[in-house]
Design a protein around this ligand. Structure first.
Ligand code: ADE
Ligand code: ZN
Length: 343
């Protein structure tokens, strides 16, 4: 029987696939748009949040991103992201930020990261929820822009620029259609040499072969989405054997990329039954009217997973995180202290 939603909201959880810009509250979208002179097609941006494809979603995501004009805006976004997720039991998150559009518009990566860090510092002090960053390349800007972004990030880290201490890895997101993601290998090489962790969105709108090619060519340590992995027995066996995590975003795969008509049709149960380290995450919670507590409840309901199974989902998220062993042990202890709800 499914677990009670309130208990799942309180269960300590990690979110490993969440776009910082996709956490922006609708009220904040309106206020920043006003402050920065960005025209919005409506006063209630939530009216825009219905998508028929990933690329249609990305147009809205880019509009939301365009409201972020200065360091203070990034600080506010980061503060609100963590205080909002903490209210739903998130104790640790590894958030993407995708600043290609902002760099193109003249913002400096150093200012973006130091603004985000200021917001995260304040939110962490208030909530205890930790947040680290993954700087994502935007595939709409091409592999050369991606390489330049990673080079700049590495230079800023060497100079100990504020906020870079929060960055643990790099990734890539945005459109998959017509893109050969392996062309991002030079950027990933720069990141690997600098000791950054490596992930990437693949398999939201592409094949199992493309996921396998990315693991091989880019050295991905995690795969973001990875929806078609089970289509390849060879890839599945490899990911099981090497425990390469998949950061699955079940509701997003229904409402953003339309990989499935209903949550009940999602392959997540088959992934987990096959032994894959398939975790549960939000993607763009504010743009799909979601939080991680509700996502756990939706998954529990759709697949009939009870408390023990949902606790295992939470523990798998901890395993898949890029925390060190003692940090993981601390989070596992938090989960263990959470009592099974009485009915
Ligand atoms: N950027 C923000 N959300 C995304 C998603 N679901 N897929 C690709 N790029 C994204
Ligand atoms: Zn995503």
């Amino acid at each position: 029987m499914e677990a009670p939603p309130r208990a799942l909201d309180l269960l300590p959880k990690v979110d490993l696939h969440c776009h910082l810009e996709g956490t922006m509250r609708p009220t904040t979208v309106v206020e920043l748009a006003r402050k920065n002179g960005v025209p919005l097609p409506t006063e209630d941006p939530a009216e825009l949040y219905a998508y028929s494809s990933l690329d249609e979603f990305l147009a809205v995501f880019w509009l939301v991103q365009s409201t972020l004009a200065d360091r203070d805006d990034w600080a506010r976004l980061a503060y609100e992201a963590v205080t909002d997720s903490a209210r739903h039991g998130v104790v640790h998150q590894e958030c993407f930020v995708t600043p290609a559009r902002h760099r193109d518009g003249g913002q400096h990566l150093g200012a973006v990261l130091s603004g985000i860090a200021e917001g995260l510092d304040a939110a962490e002090a208030e909530t205890g929820t930790t947040c680290r960053l993954i700087v994502d390349m935007d595939r709409a800007f091409g592999p050369e822009a991606g390489r330049q972004l990673v080079e700049e990030l590495v230079d800023l880290r060497s100079a100990r620029s504020p906020g870079t201490e929060r960055v643990i890895g790099v990734g890539m997101d945005s459109t998959e259609l017509g893109v050969d993601s392996t062309s991002y290998a030079p950027a990933y090489d720069v990141a690997r040499r600098a000791g950054l962790r490596l992930t990437g969105h693949q398999g939201e709108n592409s094949t199992a072969q493309q996921v396998a090619d990315c693991i091989d060519a880019l050295g991905l340590e995690r795969v973001d989405h990875g929806v078609p992995v089970l289509d390849s027995a060879v890839l599945t066996a490899r990911m099981v054997e090497e425990r390469i995590p998949i950061t699955v975003c079940p509701t997003s795969n229904v409402v953003v990329a339309h990989c499935f008509d209903r949550l009940e049709d999602h392959v997540l149960p088959h992934m987990r039954a096959a032994g894959l380290l398939a975790t549960v995450n939000t993607d763009d919670p504010a743009l799909s009217d979601l939080d991680l507590g509700r996502e756990y409840a939706a998954v529990s309901r759709a697949f009939g997973w009870g408390w023990e199974q949902m606790v295992q989902v939470a523990l798998d998220g901890i395993e898949a995180s890029w925390l060190d062993d003692s940090e993981k042990a601390d989070l596992r202890a938090l989960v263990a202290m959470t009592e099974e709800p009485s009915r």
